[in-house]
Design a protein around this ligand. Sequence first.
Ligand code: MSP
Length: 523
Amino acid sequence: MDKFYITTAIDYVNGAPHIGHAYEKILTDIIARHFSQRTDNMFFLTGTDEHGIKIQKTAASKGIQPKELCDENAQKFKDAWKALDINYNKFIRTTDDYHENAVQKIFKKLVEQGDIYKHSYEGLYCTGCECFLNPKDLTEDGLCPDHLKKPEVVKEENYFFKLTKYKDAIIKHIKENPDFIVPSFRANEVLNQLEDIQDISVSRAKSNVQWGIDVLDDNEQSIYVWIDALSNYITALGYDTESVSEDFKKYWPADVQVIGKDILKFHSIYWPAFLLALDLPLPKHILAHGWITIDETKMSKSLGNVISPTSVLETFELKEPDAFRYYMATSAPCGRDGNYSDDDFKEKVNAHLANSMGNLLNRTLSMLVKYFDGVVQPKNLSLVDGAVELTKKALGTVKIVENHFNHFEVAEAAQEIIGIVDMTNKFVTDNAPWTLAKEDKMDECAQVLTTVLEVMCIISALIYPYCPNIAQSMAKQLSFDLSIKLDDLTADNIKEGKLISKEEITPVFLRVDSELADKSAKK
Ligand code: MSP
């Protein structure tokens, strides 16, 4: 693998981030960190979508200028991603000058080549979706099915993009590339939508929407949000129709574009059509994740159940985001809906991260100190039944995990990692090193401990994308270099000799809600 370019949807800045936005950024960050264990050329893009009527109206209701609202909220997104250790390479704001200029040029090029034309139009506009709706998609009461609001009747002269011209090419692409849309069960849904697509409006009258990028040479129209927003994936790399940057040459096409299922149509129909019109290659995969509910209820301002990502860290007094990242990432199989609940969160992270994984390392290192003064003995794993098999199984898990990530199955990969943790715990119970020590079988006892430490090195590398802080704490205590590429991993990581002293052993994750965790958070 020579490079990996991954993007998220860019979030609307009419409000602060919630855990739905966070779910997507966490998934993306985990995929990015995993692939950075496989290539040195990683580029991870995220950002904010700042134009459109929704933002214009929210700013007006607060009595402030739209840009002021954007600045305030874009910062909240950046702060939240920092708290969650989202390690992006670039944060694009659609109000950035370079982006606005490039979008104007893209629009102009499409007008000049006849892909965009002017047309009078009457349609039903949903501000929540920032798009025109097809009357047949409304609820029985004539409401937008996603926002349950009556769309506005809009009669305007707009610019239209010839989406119909690209319909057959997109259908062909989806059919010939069954892994273009991930998960593949969503492809049929898209093919059905493609059946009755029309040309789409790509501008709004400035008399109605002032907060948008101006169409060059037409001071009565502003560029409509989706062509503006979708272009971010290439403008961020320096694309602008006239010049092609080094980053664009290096990273485009994207390897995967991560988005929610609600905006799949825009990414698997509109976006490919714009790219085809610009004569650019299509992204390799579009990953449409599911929806996160709170206590099995859709999050909404009116229900008052919107949870901010950082509030979860505050509620449980977590200094690091690892547990929240792990929980969110494993909340649903690839592409399916997931749920957040406080009780489930506590139970899952305590069971997986504290009891199974953290304790395993902690008690193994404690035994190494107790029985061998922290010194790893000369290696001879074959002295213990199942030891060599366990290390082989751990290395085999690396391949299984890589394969899940090739299909962006983040939760499924985590299950494999916890599976090997459970197997290692069973290996310790079966071989009872404390009994071996009591019986003075010190050679066997030493090999049990070394086996576990070897496997823990592999586990720390595998869990790193999900829980970077926990993984670093594990690796530090194992004197293991986490910067290793996954393909270079062996079962020969632990060196003979002094590894650790009693004072250097620290729990990698404290149980949520335990007295110890409370004390540590207060410190
Ligand atoms: N601005 C557009 C995207 C433009 S991409 C060129 C947008 N913004 S959004 O703020 O409404 O949503 C941003 C992302 O968050 C989308 O991928 C959306 O699916 C995701 N989510 C918003 N709420 C969500 C949940 N409750 N659960 C999971 N993801 C959710 O759409």
